[in-house]
Design a binder for this molecule. Sequence first.
Ligand code: NAD
Length: 476
Amino acid sequence: MTQYPSLHMIIDGQQIAGGGRRTHAVVNPATGETIGELPLADAADLDRALEVAAEGFRIWRNSTPQQRAAVLQGAARLMVERQEDLARIATMEEGKTLAEARIEVMMNVGLFNFYAGEVFRIYGRTLVRPAGMRSTVTHEPVGPVAAFAPWNFPLGNPGRKLGAPIAAGCSVILKAAEETPASALGVLQCLLDAGLPAQVAQAVFGVPDEVSRHLLGSPIIRKLSFTGSTVIGKHLARLATDNMLRTTMELGGHGPVLVFADADIDRVLDTVVPHKFRNAGQVCVSPTRFIVEEGVFDRFRDGFVERAKAIKVGNGLEEGSQMGPMANPRRPEAMDHLIGDATARGAKLHTGGQRVGNAGYFYAPTVLSEIPLDALIMNEEPFGPVALLNAYSGEDAMIAEANRLPYGLAAYAWTDSAARQKRLAREIETGMLGLNTTMIGGSDSPFGGVKWSGHGAEDGPEGLMACLVTKAVHEG
Ligand code: NAD
């Protein structure tokens, strides 16, 4: 039986805790009980981590591709060995079902193995020049990275934040969410146990605004990588401009799902309903606004409600639970607020709309329809187990609704018409589009958004390139 581990920071390979530092209580969202006390960094801890990161960069920028690949592959092997422990810890901290947490471990395994190959393909160019002259373009690691990972993928987010910089030859200071620290520490520990020099990757926790101001204000840091809300992303991007940092910003979304009458409606429902309620809807690419062609709307709504009612909500550690609690008390509060606002403005509530049980942060799978466009929930990312169903007439109106918001992270569309698929692929403003599928990622595929959903991708060759800068050298 996995025990929740004692908590610490990792600075220069040392486990840092105690010493009169402030602490943050880590809570199991299925029970509301405190399961750990996390030490928070003070200014001296952050200064130490920065110094070490500078040294780590001097070491790792000169590492060979073979060394980087060996560390990434070794860490992937250790994650497979430790899969069950890592998954249980993630479920204890975040609430998602064990099945989902196990998949997260394997996402990291896939990504680290992909980057282990990709490090051999950091190619440059030689330019055509007159005899006697040589001009080359090379890609170099950008430098020490400050990476901020949120709580919703407690293993996968730290894996992304660590994998790409390490493959590129950077050092990295990771500040994962204070709500899910043990998962992040578990991922980092696999890298260190696989032989990563201690100076190259470190983990700090703290008061988020203090840590981000301190790290981004230091001349040592050369890149900011952030996943989280658009509001905080904009704030951090402003801080990053002072030191002209490279940025990767993976921010909020409001996933539109276009369902056309020519699609196989039962197949669509069997696919999108589980996808909607994955991690209790706390997923940046969660399908949110269902934009349904009016001829099939009633059938789609009824099938959606039936399937949502059948979802078994329970502790993620228990066999048979299909949806765990929300990750923290802020989320059910946000659901009550957004759903209350929508129904007050005339939206129809078909199921859910309330908390489940007296312990923890459980919220019922919720389906709303006929929601006015000025309802808050039609404009703000709900980040919860709520599906918004509205009927529309015609392709143009459906595309206009998909593009109405300033977000552009993930979009989905279901249609049997090949001609329409081409038009949708061109017209929908999004970083990722699933046509007749919800499988929109993969270790080899760029993951990221446009508009207010951010810029710069993670995963794929693009994620590696985002940690590199180019240098042109001209020799006469
Ligand atoms: P939040 O906006 O306060 O925090 C989001 C994340 O940013 C957290 O991990 C937090 O630790 C971090 N953060 C907050 N302030 C920071 C700062 N000044 N410097 C560095 N990091 C900082 O909100 P929350 O209540 O934790 O989450 C709610 C919203 O965040 C959701 O509605 C959703 O829109 C968004 N979110 C998005 C993702 C994603 O995958 N894109 C993940 C988690 C949360």
